[in-house]
Design a protein around this ligand. Sequence first.
Ligand SMILES: CNc1nc2c(CCNCC3CCCCC3)c3nc(N)[nH]c(=O)c3cc2[nH]1
Length: 374
Amino acid sequence: MSLPNHFDLVATDGAARTGRLTTPHGVVRTPVFMPVGTAGAMKGVHWREVRDAGADIVLGNTYHLMLRPGAERIAALGGLQVFTGWQGPMLTDSGGFQVMSLSELRKVSEAAVTFRSHIDGAKIELSPERSIEVQRLLGSDIAMQMDECVRLPAERDDIERAMQLSLRWAERSKRAFETAPPGYMLFGIAQGGDIPELRQASARGLVDIGFHGYAIGGLAVGEPQSVMLAMIEEVAPILPPDRPRYLMGVGTPDDLLEAVARGIDMFDCVMPTRNGRHGVAFTRFGQVNLRNARHADDPRPLDEESPWPSARNCSRAYLHHLVKSGETLGAMLLSEINIAYYQQLMHDIRSAVSEGRFADLREHIRAGWAKGDI
Ligand SMILES: CNc1nc2c(CCNCC3CCCCC3)c3nc(N)[nH]c(=O)c3cc2[nH]1
């Protein structure tokens, strides 16, 4: 049974697309990079800056929030938007991926993923039904099916087993989502590792079930960029062109450019804030590591032409000092600078696709990165 479509495709340029996704909390312009809030807050960045940087939508963190403060408590407090103060659209992951990467003693069965809470060691069972219930309690505008993601490289048998389980969990997630109010969305997640025929089978299986949008999962898990791009090329042509495609956990600015060129609309990644906390800035000239001594006496800002004030006004010498002395302000400034860079990149991509000049933009941006930082 097909679900209503809340996505409007505005323009295409080759396989690249630009569109608008309407959610209960507002419209999301695509291609979109979704900054990651961790346990209900962007590490070291105020929502005001996230909004000012141009972000239409952020990610909530199902795994952390369901453990602390608990999904029922957040629902009683009015849901994620009221609880966190972020008034715009939010997407939540199903939590399974983080269980597999963060928790101890986890076990996957047909019924659910079971694990011990990293906070108090309590035994938790996360089934597709409970994951959807948690995401509904959090009040996210876009929920993700419960799936099993296999890290690469992996044996074909294991990739196939996880892909088939994820399709059965896709059915159960959709059934559990039926009580959601109109406008709220559920995305399926394609698995299949680095094996083309398993990727195709997963995508076809999801389309037969029918979702508001489709994610490509099981990538950015250790494979080379060339393998990631090849799997996108396998899956994208099978997905309905009039519905959004979300590449989970991706990626660097170069990943974003290459994935948009192959038909991806939505992205999320911890890199802007994580690299910011480690002293690394994303710029038009590529990545700049402010820990490097070459910046100690440099009065220039990161980028005097940046639309983002902190990237235009803070000297490299000051940022170097903050990072070297472990000042929290260093992590905060670089995190907001990086979020702003990603948002500017997506803004430029949306404009270029709508004007049919995406190929030129891609070459111009890559030339800037290649020139490097002087
Ligand atoms: C980093 N690489 C990567 N991430 C993947 C993720 C997580 C995407 N990001 C979620 C946020 C992480 C920070 C806190 C808030 C939620 C994946 N998630 C799911 N469900 N399935 C994947 O195959 C899946 C695959 C992924 N690959």
